[in-house]
Design a binder for this molecule. Structure first.
Ligand code: UDP
Length: 329
């Protein structure tokens, strides 16, 4: 019996692979290596290079490896890119997910975990945002994920199959043991960009908008350590295997930090000042989004280990320094 991790060579997926291996699971990774790296899982798990929409390949992998559960990370994740390329996002995140779900149903895979996003809420009026809040995504990225959530809901009602949707808030940090981390080229996420600036990979960075209705005028987000996030997935897998059924849960800590607070944390932890330029708002950005985080703790008995902004930043910086050393060698 094994777990199929799609997108397992990517940032979050590769942390998931290590989490599963640490718990003694058999893991097979399916990744087309468009943004992921084979070294992220090399020597650790079986890697199949291919597309999640290649049903012949996927169904062969499921049968050959006796896959009982799929954890589905593969997809596109950049909000502004989705605004300029909506069809690309609906293809990668919705159409191809439909194909994967169909393969899962056909082959009798019983459990499916889907990486969704807080972007399905859009700009909610109340904080923190609970799972039963109306979904009003404001970007094609958020809509593309919401559509897959709805497909899973309907499939679980129709077929012998259960699912967990985990709605990620802002995932950041890296494996404390530095076995993997965020290596994506041209990354756009705030903590990654700030760490690249602190380590000299970028000459300066930008703050997208200082005129929002927040205490310091910059957007507020709930940053969650990637290792705590993947642990929630492992607990969700155990929960479904124990017959507890489907679940939709937020993955965040319930703490909000502004863009400027994050940048200051990176400067403090790195003990380095760097140039920060103010620029205009970025399309598709929600003002503020912070998780109501109780369901994950209660339903999964989730006990986060790294709920601290400086720890997240420290692990992200350690990984950035490791990448910089590797590039020099
Ligand atoms: N951000 C920024 N400068 C950057 C990258 C991000 O000011 O170089 C801001 C972005 O506008 C948003 C917040 O940081 O308000 C978090 O953005 P990120 O891309 O990390 O995640 P998102 O919330 O869009 O998924």
């Amino acid at each position: 019996m094994s777990v199929l991790v799609t997108g397992g060579a990517g940032y979050i997926g590769s942390h998931m692979v290590w989490e599963l291996l640490d718990h003694g699971e058999e893991v097979v990774v399916l990744d087309r290596l468009s943004t992921g790296f084979d070294w992220a899982v090399a020597g650790a798990a079986t890697l199949v290079v291919g597309d999640i929409a290649d049903q012949e390949l996927v169904e062969n992998v499921i049968r050959e490896h006796e896959v009982d559960s799929i954890i589905h990370f593969a997809g596109s994740i950049i909000v502004p890119e989705s605004v300029s390329d909506p069809l690309g996002y609906y293809l990668n995140n919705t159409v191809k997910s439909r194909s994967l779900i169909e393969s899962a149903v056909r082959c009798g895979v019983r459990h499916f975990i889907f990486s969704s996003t807080a972007a399905v809420y859009g700009s909610p009026k109340h904080f923190p945002v609970g799972e039963d809040t109306e979904l009003r995504p404001e970007s094609p990225y958020g809509t593309s994920k919401m559509m897959t959530e709805l497909m899973l809901r309907d499939c679980a009602a129709a077929y012998d199959f259960d699912y967990t949707v985990l709605r990620y808030f802002n995932v950041s940090g890296a494996d404390p043991e530095q076995r993997t981390g965020q290596s994506t080229k041209g990354a756009t996420h705030l903590i990654k960009v700030a760490c690249e600036t602190a380590t000299g990979k970028r000459p300066h960075m930008e703050v997208f908008g200082t005129d929002y209705d927040t205490p310091d005028g910059t957007c507020v987000r709930d940053y969650i350590h990637v290792s705590d996030l993947v642990n929630a997935h492992y607990l969700a897998l155990k929960r479904m295997r124990n017959g507890k059924g489907s679940l939709v849960a937020n993955c965040g800590y319930g703490n909000g930090y502004s863009v400027l607070e994050v940048i200051n944390a990176v400067k403090d932890v790195a003990q380095k000042d760097f140039e920060v330029r103010v620029s205009g708002r970025r399309p598709g950005d929600a003002v503020a989004i912070v998780a109501e985080a109780e369901r994950c703790r209660q339903e999964l008995d989730w006990k986060p280990r790294f709920d601290d902004l400086n720890t997240i930043v420290e692990h992200a910086l350690n990984w950035e320094n490791k990448l910089a050393r590797r590039n020099r060698e």
